[in-house]
Design a binder for this molecule. Structure first.
Ligand SMILES: [Ca+2]
Length: 348
């Protein structure tokens, strides 16, 4: 019995030695996968710990009234608006807390798609860093509509003035706190966000009757400040029409195509309109030609159809024409090869 135990022990040791020698070949991928899932679990644990701490310290959903919102003075009473406000009341407090989220500052996320892949958090404001030579900055991540979208432009209620100068458009402006805040992320940030790899930009639009529409552009890019953030757009698809290419006619394309145009603001005229400044007439910073078939940074007119000296509304010409100012707009980006769960063509 003694010698049998010894024999078995020796055999077991030999097997163990054999496995230990072969493991770098056999176990490599498994170990890596295990490490990844441990990392994910650690992340989840950190989030959960943070949530519990805040639940105890701040009662989590603390009473918080957003600036400018007063249910007694609301005059818009259509259903989309009511829906917005109901949703807003229930969720804005949560997003407000997420901004303070210290943990995300240490993740070194290059964009919202990376955050979505790693943690699948809810939509909200997070800090990203597309370029390691740059400081991290705050963006709104749309984790619905398939998830992983980094939002770089948004109009919702017209409270933010979009008639800004070059420096404001370069560095960004607006509010970065609540889910329906309006902002321009800034050309410098947009440049760093779009310069890496192949991407897909989605433009979400909504009219004043609550109908939504969208346009996709593959490999949407802008150049750097030396070239005045010139717009380059790839293949269009969608239902709202290819307004960035100016529309269907040759004349429209000659005067209104935005792809290939430099960025202009009220104090920097880089457009092709020799007699004047498109940015001044349209009261917006944008990639003007002579001048445009779409301008999502235009003047905010309530109720859609508007009359003015110039077609300077929030406009997507191929959908509602140049004399209809849109109610909601969003411009957002994610990698072209993004394995999502949705179609990416849903509601805003
Ligand atoms: Ca000009």
């Amino acid at each position: 019995a003694h010698s049998l135990a010894g024999f078995l022990f020796l055999k077991a040791m030999a097997a163990l030695l054999f496995f230990a020698m072969m493991c770098p070949i056999w176990c490599g991928p498994e170990v890596a996968a295990l490490k990844r899932s441990i990392k994910k679990l650690e992340n989840r644990l950190l989030i959960a710990t943070w949530q519990v701490e805040h639940l105890q310290r701040h009662k989590y959903f603390k009473s918080f009234q957003p600036a400018g919102f007063n249910p007694q003075t609301v005059v818009d009473t259509d259903s989309a608006d009511q829906h917005d406000k109901m949703w807003h009341r229930n969720t804005c407090e949560y997003f407000y807390e997420l901004i303070q989220f210290p943990f995300f500052n240490n993740l070194h996320l290059s964009d919202c798609s990376e955050l979505f892949d790693r943690l699948r958090p809810q939509s909200g404001f997070y800090r990203i860093r597309p370029n390691m030579h740059q400081e991290p900055f705050l963006v709104y991540c749309d984790m619905d509509d398939g998830g992983g979208w980094t939002v770089f432009q948004r109009r919702r209620h017209g409270r933010v003035n979009f008639n800004r100068d070059w420096v404001d458009y370069r560095d960004g402006f607006g509010d970065f706190k609540l889910w329906n805040d309006e902002f321009w992320l800034g050309n410098e940030h947009i440049y760093s966000l779009l310069s890496e790899g192949k991407n897909l930009v989605k433009i979400d639009l909504m009219d004043w009757e609550g109908h939504s529409n969208y346009a996709f552009y593959e490999n949407f890019r802008i150049t750097d400040e030396n070239d005045k953030y010139r717009l380059q757009c790839g293949q269009y698809s969608g239902k709202a029409g290819d307004a960035l290419s100016g529309g269907s006619g040759m004349v429209q394309q000659w005067s209104a195509a935005l792809c290939g145009m430099q960025f202009s603001t009220k104090d920097q005229d880089n457009d092709r309109y020799l007699q004047g400044s498109c940015a001044q007439e349209n009261e917006a910073g944008w990639w003007f030609n002579r001048c445009h078939a779409a301008n999502l940074n235009g003047k905010f007119y309530r109720k859609g159809k508007y009359k003015a000296q110039y077609d300077n509304g929030v406009v997507w010409g191929t959908w509602k024409g140049l004399w209809y100012s849109l109610r909601h707009t969003t411009m957002k980006v994610r990698p072209l090869l993004f394995l999502d769960t949705g179609s990416g063509a849903g509601e805003i």
